[in-house]
Design a protein. Structure first.
Length: 262
């Protein structure tokens, strides 16, 4: 019953009119009055923002704020994988041999998330990370490693919340929400970065069409709540260096490829 009510609410709130109204309100100058209460409620570090809080003309502008240069340190070690975002590592672990993993008692299939069995094949037995971005976080996403984009495509339509309640009661949001998938080719194998929309607004912005990925380089941002899923191809030398439920900053090392001694 609880799950049915939750999903019905998501359907109602996901109506195009509701989404358009939410966008209009948060982008209007009237929403400026909400910026300071928003910053206080979520304890946002105002010193990191590119501009003083008074210079933002809408709640949306503040939510999608850039950071001052030098606010994040990029771990440029040649064998380190970095977090593509500021957020919380809510889940991480090995992908099962049947290309599935568990999140909040839901079984997810890599094929469902990526929408293509051929693209899913390299990630069998690989590693996954779930990065949750709360309203308090910097909402831009960056490349986790050097490489080339071999495909970029969108899937899904309506978006359920991706917080704990949404993951528990929603209809497998990571496999059904609107999402943009970037498949990367690197010297350590394939990676997939899945940007998952939330709050039924589905505002995921890609900055350009370049196919070259440079570690730490910004590649887009979210307008509203969001999650990033990062998949890493199986590689015996790869190991995670971050614990689940850890708060991370963009550019921080979350994994590494370690050369095995002979």
């Amino acid at each position: 019953m609880k799950k049915n009510l939750f999903n019905r609410f998501v359907e109602l709130s996901g109506h195009p009119f509701s989404s358009a109204l939410l966008k209009a309100v948060t982008r209007s100058r009237l929403s400026r009055k909400l910026i300071k209460p928003f910053a206080r409620t979520y304890r946002i570090n105002e010193e990191e923002a590119e501009f003083p809080i008074e210079q933002y003309n809408s709640l949306q502008a503040y939510f999608t704020r850039n950071l001052k240069k030098g606010s994040r340190t990029i771990n440029m070690g040649p064998n380190t994988l970095i977090s593509p975002v500021d957020g919380v590592v809510t889940e991480a672990g090995e992908i099962n041999k049947d290309q599935t993993f568990m999140i909040k008692d839901h079984l997810y299939s890599i094929k469902q998330i990526l929408g293509d069995e051929k693209i899913a094949i390299p990630f069998k037995g690989g590693y996954f990370y779930i990065f949750y971005l709360s309203p308090s976080h910097y909402h831009h996403f960056h490349y986790p490693y050097d490489g080339e984009i071999v495909s970029r495509y969108a899937l899904g339509t309506i978006s359920s919340p991706v917080n704990n309640l949404g993951l528990q009661l929603g209809n497998q949001p990571f496999a059904t929400n609107y999402r943009i998938i970037s498949e990367l080719s690197t010297i350590h194998g394939r990676m997939a970065m899945i940007k998952v929309g939330a709050l039924n607004v589905n505002s995921i912005h890609i900055l350009d069409s370049s196919t070259t990925c440079k570690k730490g380089e910004e590649c887009g941002y979210f307008s509203f709540g969001s999650t990033v899923i990062l998949l890493v191809e199986k590689n015996e030398s790869f190991q995670s260096t971050i614990a689940v439920n850890s708060e991370v900053k963009m550019g921080q090392a979350v994994g590494e490829w370690v050369a095995h001694s002979q």
